[in-house]
Design a protein around this ligand. Structure first.
Ligand SMILES: Cc1cc2nc3c(=O)[nH]c(=O)nc-3n(C[C@H](O)[C@H](O)[C@H](O)COP(=O)(O)OP(=O)(O)OC[C@H]3O[C@@H](n4cnc5c(N)ncnc54)[C@H](O)[C@@H]3O)c2cc1C
Length: 395
């Protein structure tokens, strides 16, 4: 017999949707399918957990939650194919499942570009708890670790690796770290602070490939420079898991294309979380995935809720370094307002008289208020009445 609701993926989007469905429909049968061999967990905690020698699974729910909500969960079960016409899903073991409504919440995977020798032992990405454990075991006897990618996740991972006593090199393609979140001046300041904290920062280096025979022993850049390392963690973004839908009529672009109700182009099929593309964007954010799960779950039961992409923001907190960045940050804004006092360096990026971006560097206590200015594109006059006495930067 067909399940009323089948959810592919037991991450935050899938789990939130399952709970929302149960809230709205107390009787319908709900099946949650996930291919990881464990209970759903806080994926966002993995970077920090890398600092621990024996990390425990940071479970998302209390024990017995599925039973209590009468949700059937199949973990360690991979959906191999979906026939959207017949509304059937085939699992890796050949079992077929019938569904009335399907939610695609199968997430994304870490991006691993075709670097030379990227299949060498000792080259890792971090997406799952299994990845975390594999890295942890490998690291035990290793000293020098290289993190490729100086974005938020790369820097958090670098900090955890340093906390485990490793000698950490951070490689970034652009000239300064957090290059999507900072302008050049602050980015270069961050490079220096990270160096001062003991990291070896290689910014402005393009990775060509990896060196080594049985296991990785070095990284080579396209200018021929070689750095000796024992282990490499590649942290350069994610890609939506869309391969599963190849050859089907599902509309797919960078992710599964959905409207504001999170409906796909196919009848009775919704998508949520990292796999979903809303208004041309895949978000790759925990809070957005949770919000999508809630909307999609409700709509699968007949609601007509809409979802809007939140404004992306970044909060970096590693040791003494605190950075908050939101909105459009660049080197080509009409006006930049600055506040520099001791170790604090804050910026407002203004276009047409309105605040479109903010960076708080060195003290992020006021991030809530400044985030709001960006969210509502506040007139600069309003933002100047905020906590910091910003001054217009001279051209
Ligand atoms: C190390 C790390 C740190 C992060 N830190 C932050 C942060 O600080 N802030 C933030 O906003 N975001 C962060 N993120 C991103 C955030 O974790 C994701 O946006 C979020 O987990 C997406 O949730 P999801 O449910 O859409 O997908 P996922 O969490 O990817 O869950 C999808 C699930 O579906 C499973 N699956 C895939 N294919 C199949 C299949 N064919 N059959 C069955 N199951 C399948 C996957 O294995 C997975 O379990 C971080 C991510 C990582 C990896």
């Amino acid at each position: 017999m067909a399940y009323n609701y089948v959810i592919v993926g037991s991450g935050i989007a899938g789990v939130t949707a399952a709970k929302e469905i149960r809230k709205k429909d107390s009787a319908g049968s709900v099946l949650l399918i996930g291919d990881e061999n464990c209970e759903p967990y806080f994926r966002i905690k993995l970077s920090h957990l890398m600092a621990e020698e024996e990390p425990e699974l940071p479970v998302l729910n209390e024990e017995g939650w599925c039973k209590e909500l009468n949700i059937e969960a199949h973990y360690d079960a991979r959906v191999r194919a979906i026939d959207f016409n017949a509304m059937t899903l085939t699992l890796e073991d050949g079992k077929t499942i019938e569904a009335e409504k399907i939610l695609l919440a199968n997430g994304s995977h870490a991006n691993l570009p075709p670097f030379e020798n990227s299949d060498l032992k000792g080259v890792f990405t971090l997406r799952t708890f299994d990845d975390l454990q594999a890295i942890g075991t490998y690291l035990d006897d290793m000293e020098r670790v290289c993190v490729i990618g100086g974005g938020l996740l790369g820097l958090e991972a670098a900090k955890s690796l340093q906390a485990r006593g490793k000698d950490v090199t951070i490689v970034h393609r652009r000239d300064y770290l957090l290059s999507n979140q900072l302008d050049e001046e602050l980015g270069r300041m961050l490079n220096e602070e990270m160096e001062a904290q003991g990291f070896n920062v290689c910014a402005g280096y393009d990775t060509k490939g990896f060196l080594g025979k049985d296991r990785v022993e070095g990284i080579e850049f396209s200018d021929g420079t070689v750095v000796d390392v024992d282990c490499i963690l590649v942290s350069i973004g994610v890609r939506a898991n869309i391969d599963l839908f190849e050859g089907t009529e599902l509309e797919v672009n960078r992710g599964v294309v959905v409207d504001r109700y999170l409906k796909t182009n196919l009848e009775n099929v919704w998508a949520a979380g990292d796999v979903a593309e809303v208004e041309g964007r895949t978000m790759g954010l925990w809070s957005a995935s949770r919000a999508m799960g809630k909307v999609a779950g409700a709509n699968m039961t007949g609601d007509e809720k809409t979802y809007e992409n939140p404004m992306a923001f970044t909060k970096l907190d590693i040791g003494d370094i605190e950075v908050f960045s939101a909105g459009k940050i660049g080197d080509d804004d009409d006006d930049v307002y600055v506040y520099d006092e001791g170790d604090e360096h804050h910026r407002l990026y203004v276009n047409d008289g309105r605040v479109e971006g903010v960076v708080l560097y060195g003290n992020t206590k006021k991030m809530g208020a400044y985030r709001k200015f960006v969210e509502k594109r506040a007139p600069i006059e309003e933002a100047l009445e905020g906590a910091y006495p910003f001054k217009l930067r001279e051209a």
